[in-house]
Design a protein around this ligand. Structure first.
Ligand SMILES: [Zn+2]
Length: 221
């Protein structure tokens, strides 16, 4: 994964489910989940604004605690910002995306999906786009609203839900119709909060021809 959060207020970022420690190889924390702390904001003290070091030291292993405490907090709290961890500038480039896609260390985090994706016969441009979808590096209205670029996170097609990656690529009426016409379906009731699990299921249950169809369809949606 190469998309992560730069911590501002810490309210938008889940300690356990989001990527917010760029210095950690796997990015997700491996310390045992502590039930009463959920958001990164729960680890930050106000006036003066600083990390709650005793809480962090008692909640995480020494390595992760040190890495959290190394993150500098801005004096004036701002919104949390999704940034690109692949380049020093935090700005996504096709070059860095391509490099990470080919990097077995970074790709091994979700090795199955990236192996499937990379083995599909098709233009790299399409595969990198799908990889950006998997990493939530797409300017959906939901992401733009998080960055305060847009005030309305809803889907402009249906106005019936957040326009996030799962909605754009799968859950809105339009992609649902497209998938239906292509005769590509998946079991209902599975936990598909992100498209990672959904795509993995499609890759594992359809043949190579359908793999090409899946990634090309996501590219066109
Ligand atoms: Zn919609």
């Amino acid at each position: 994964m190469s998309m992560g959060w730069r911590i501002g207020k810490g309210q938008s970022v889940s300690i356990w489910n989001d990527f917010w420690l760029p210095s950690l190889p796997s990015k997700l924390l491996s310390s045992t989940l502590v039930p009463n702390i959920h958001r990164v904001a729960d680890l930050i003290l106000q006036s003066p604004r600083c990390w709650n070091e005793p809480l962090i030291r008692s909640s995480f292993d020494a390595n992760e605690a040190n890495r959290i405490l190394q993150i500098s907090l801005s004096m004036f709290p701002h919104e949390d910002v999704l940034v690109w961890f692949g380049e020093g500038s935090s700005i996504y480039s096709v070059r860095s995306g391509y490099k990470l896609l080919l990097n077995p260390t970074t790709s091994s985090i979700n090795g199955d999906i990236f192996n499937c994706l990379w083995c599909i016969a098709g233009p790299s441009m399409i595969k990198i786009l799908v990889w950006r979808f998997i990493n939530n590096f797409v300017h959906t209205f939901h992401n733009l609203a998080i960055k305060r670029v847009s005030s309305d996170p809803r889907c402009p097609r249906c106005s019936n839900g957040l326009e996030d990656i799962p909605h754009v690529s799968r859950d809105c009426f339009f992609p649902l119709q497209v998938w239906n016409n292509l005769r590509i379906s998946w079991p209902s009731g599975m936990n598909y909060e992100t498209i990672l699990g959904w795509l993995l299921w499609l890759f594992q249950n359809y043949d190579n021809i359908k793999h090409i169809l899946v990634v090309t369809t996501i590219w066109t949606l």
